[in-house]
Design a protein around this ligand. Structure first.
Ligand SMILES: [Fe+2]
Ligand SMILES: [Fe+2]
Length: 204
């Protein structure tokens, strides 16, 4: 589903500004200069088109807010641990690392009648600032002057969940989840958005 980028961008910026977090305008300026608003969310998977990353980030926000509501029905005492401003910061900015990460390249393939034709596809270029995935998002945001709270750092750093962890990483991952429910919420929302909200529609 490819929505109008300018409409999505206006909503994204409004949600971030509503947090009233110091330096948020500088962060939005940096996101623009890094190419965040035109970037895809993946090379060939979910959101592999210009503006896909913006749309994915909003989907993770919407999934997290829906999951927050469902969880608070069960555990109303956790309301202050799942602050909507922190959810906006952590979800909308969790994949900032994907800016300057995919490049459109021209490739050739055979069409149905066996002739070669050119097509464009995104490819991963991870040589610029190779410091990881969630880690890169946190570092870029801190460099941009964003005053991230500790639980927001945990949620962004560990948004991919527990896959492919070394033993040290596994220990830190578990500690982050114990420190704040924001981290498991953002991980769940990222999974729900990419696997369900952004699931390709069935062909009729
Ligand atoms: Fe990610
Ligand atoms: Fe994501």
């Amino acid at each position: 589903m490819c929505k109008d980028i300018s409409e999505s961008r206006a909503r994204f910026e409004k949600l971030l500004r509503e947090t009233k977090r110091e330096n948020i305008d500088y962060v939005i300026e940096d996101l623009d200069s890094w190419g965040f608003f035109e970037a895809p969310a993946s090379s060939q998977g979910h959101g592999a088109y210009p503006g896909g990353l913006l749309e994915h980030s909003l989907n993770v926000y919407d999934s997290a807010m829906a999951a927050r509501k469902a969880m608070l029905d069960l555990r109303p005492d956790l309301e202050s641990d799942l602050d909507p401003d922190s959810i906006a910061i952590a979800t909308l900015l969790h994949d900032v690392c994907k800016t300057d990460f995919y490049r459109l390249v021209k490739k050739k393939r055979r069409n149905e009648v066996g002739q070669y034709e050119e097509f464009e596809q995104y490819e991963i270029h991870d040589e610029n600032f190779p410091v990881g995935h969630g880690e890169k998002s946190v570092i870029l945001l801190l460099q941009s002057g964003l005053d991230l709270k500790d639980e927001e750092i945990y949620a962004i750093r560990w948004h991919m969940g527990p896959w492919n962890l070394s033993r040290d990483d596994e220990k830190f991952y578990r500690q982050a989840g114990k420190a704040s429910p924001l981290q498991p919420l953002v991980h769940a929302a990222d999974t729900l958005a990419s696997a369900i909200v952004e699931r390709p529609g069935k062909k009729l």
